[in-house]
Design a protein around this ligand. Sequence first.
Ligand code: SF4
Length: 309
Amino acid sequence: MARKEIVERIERLKRRKNAIIFAHNYARPEVVDIADVVGGSSTLIMAARETSADMIIVGGVDFMAETVAILNPDKKVILPDRSAICPMAQQLLKRDLRKAKRENPDAEILLYMNTYAETKALADCICTSDNAVHISENMDGGSPLLFGPDRGLVYYVSKRTTKRIIPVPEYGFCPVHCQIALEDILTAKEAHPGVKVVGHPECTPAVQDQMDYIGSTSEIVKYCRDSEDTEFLVAAEVGLLHMLKKVAKEKTFHIISNTTVCPMLKIPTLMKIEEALDREKYRITVPKEIAAKARAPIERMLELAPRAI
Ligand code: SF4
């Protein structure tokens, strides 16, 4: 089936079923182009709370669909392919979090959005990469924070907060952002002297230290769009280039490493989205008790940092 035909079918199915499509900034360009909402976790969460659609198709990975389902227990939340899983979210196990809490009973638990419902259910608060510093500063009292799973984000927040951060697990990471090596960034800077480097806090500390601006995917897009600079080196997943070029056509973007691809976020294709709409597969649900416990720390995040990027 030609792409135009698939897109038309998607539009028809959307109207018929009162459905909406979410896509992460790193999704395939053709998926980004047909999505109703495109963004990082913050944007998708805010949209998930506000939509009046009956069905939400998530062009992302499992924990994103799960989070949307936590916030929308009465809607049909569909992940087009169950194999779209986030290896970072898998690195934080319930038992490791419980053990860390036993060892640090005074600590509060702050978890990155990139976690599963059953671990979110143990948290005091959730954060995204664009509000993590603000949230860490505004959680109660001076308790240390058990924070995970991403070590890059832990490094980024630790440098900017007054709170003591204890990483859980000790070395959680995003296998995609961690592919960007210090050598890559140094080589790119040498080839493009004076050009600003923008990047994501899931990158390694050594790579972050080379950046002029660090932010979530949506923050990077906004920063580049609004900046007076016209050329940027980008330390993020290659998919972000599509969004950057969409919002700042006249500017030049050089991706630091072409191999920085999240295979999981490329799994949802147009055909899979069309099939997901048609067959309403795969529906993502979270058991009521876990959803209620996981919703509380998400709501707390929204109280402490209500602004979406
Ligand atoms: S980019 Fe990293 S954190 Fe995001 S979905 Fe892919 S593996 Fe998970």
